[in-house]
Structure formats: structure tokens, C-alpha cells
Design a binder for this molecule. Sequence first.
Ligand code: ADP
Length: 192
Amino acid sequence: MKLILLGPPGAGKGTQAKRLVELLNIPQLSTGDMLRAAVAAGSDVGRKAKAVMDAGGLVSDEIVVGIIGERIRSDDARSGFILDGFPRTVAQAEALDHLLEQRGLKLDRVIELKVDEAALLARIERRAAETVAAGGTVRADDNPEAFKVRLEAYRAQTAPVSAYYARSGRLSAVDGMAPVATVAAAIDAALA
Ligand code: ADP
């Protein structure tokens, strides 16, 4: 099963991806996690990405397509994967189609989590507070200023990605404002 989870920051993609990893026994490929790992490791990619990520902007298509292209070639991704946070631009979606086509693979489904934007900032603030309470470190971009930029990037650059998949009949929209279990059931129904 090769899936994409689409939705604005704070929509609950990570929560649903983790559940699907267990259920389907395929890896979650999160470009956000991969980029944060690159930043932590101080690699070339990490150095290039850090400032734009902290500010809430999008890292270049070239960088993210490069890391995803490499990642989907690894052994554990052979029977499928859940893409979380990628593609974020139509150019990335086209590059992904191309990468899959080259390997004779096809995407099974794109799930879009639809959420009310007004609720998102509150979710992000709660996530930051929960992280602090658990003794963790809050993401550098989980603050209201960077969040506004992330939401703007989503509207301008990622919203067209859902139209791209809708045109080819690959999109299922799910109400991301419902309780987690209801969202999960709707996703399972879309995949059945
Ligand atoms: P979010 O909670 O906003 O969904 P992610 O963890 O997916 O956050 O991504 C964090 C940041 O990493 C983004 O704001 C962006 O700077 C960068 N990033 C992640 N994936 C991509 C991508 N596919 N294209 C460009 N930038 C990306």
C-alpha cells in the first residue's frame, strides 16, 4: 500500500500515520522528521534547510525530492509506505509520480485531512504545551509566528496538490475535526 496523507500543519497526519504504520506494517516517511534529523546531524542538507524550516517556509523541491527519492528505494519501503508531509507542492507531486513510474509503482490513495483553520493554532499550542509537560523540546517552528507562515505556505503551495490528485481520481477527503477514532475509521473506509 502506497499512501499519501495530506493536510495542513496540526491536522493530525502524524497521529494517523503512526496508527497506519502498525495496521499496515509499512513505514511512515515524514520529510519533516527526515529534515529535522538532517538538521540535528549537521549535514549539508540540514545546514541548508534549518533557517527556512525555523521560519516556517518550505525547503526547496530539489532537496526534498532528493531525500524522498533515496528513501523509497530502501528495502523497508518495498511493500509500501505512508508519505507524511510530502508532496507539499505540485512540482513535488509530479516528481513523485515520475519516481514511482520509473520503478513501475503506483500510488494507491491520497487521504486529505480537512480541518477548520481556526482550530489549528490551538492544536499547535496544545502540542507545544504537552511536549514541555513531558520534558521534551518544542519544535523550533511550533510558535505562532512560524505557524502563520506554515499555514500560508500550505494555502499557497500545498492546497493545489489536493486538486492535482483529485483530477486523477486518487483523492479521498476525510473530516479531520472529528475525534481521532472517527478520523481513523473514515481513513480505513477510504482504503477498503
Ligand atoms: P507540519 O507540522 O507543518 O506538517 P512537518 O514536520 O511536516 O510539519 O515539516 C516541518 C518543516 O519541514 C516544514 O515547515 C518545511 O520547512 C519542511 N518540510 C517538510 N516537508 C517538506 C516538503 N515536502 N517540502 C518542503 N519543505 C518541507
